[in-house]
Design a protein around this ligand. Sequence first.
Ligand code: SF4
Ligand code: SF4
Length: 131
Amino acid sequence: MANTGWDEFEIGAMLRSFDGKIDDIAGTLQEDRAYSQNNSFVASVADWRIEKPVFNKDFCIDCQFCWIYCPDISIISRDKKMIGVDMDHCKGCGICVEVCPTNPKSLLMFPEHADEEAELAKWPEKDEEKK
Ligand code: SF4
Ligand code: SF4
């Protein structure tokens, strides 16, 4: 099953996303869910990303905009606190950066190979001309 191609399944085949019985999937944290090997959550699906978001918690106000708008559910938030980015699933679309309202932004896009600590060290200053 692990190496079966998408076009090798019988028409109508059903792949289960989880192993075993699920009682409260919405109330279970992602890392605690029993994902099956059929579920893309267990694999990195971000190999083709060319830019990545870097998170600077010093400016974050935990507004959760990035969490709401991320199309890949790749913003990690716990108890309404922004924690970081799930880099195994982030596609590098930049939407989280676009919607981040802080000045300077708390998320910025950088080339995939950029060193995160180095980018954090030269984060932009507040733009006084912006409200
Ligand atoms: S770059 Fe796109 S996919 Fe990645 S965390 Fe931001 S919004 Fe989500
Ligand atoms: S959008 Fe920006 S300020 Fe709001 S939670 Fe995300 S990183 Fe923090």
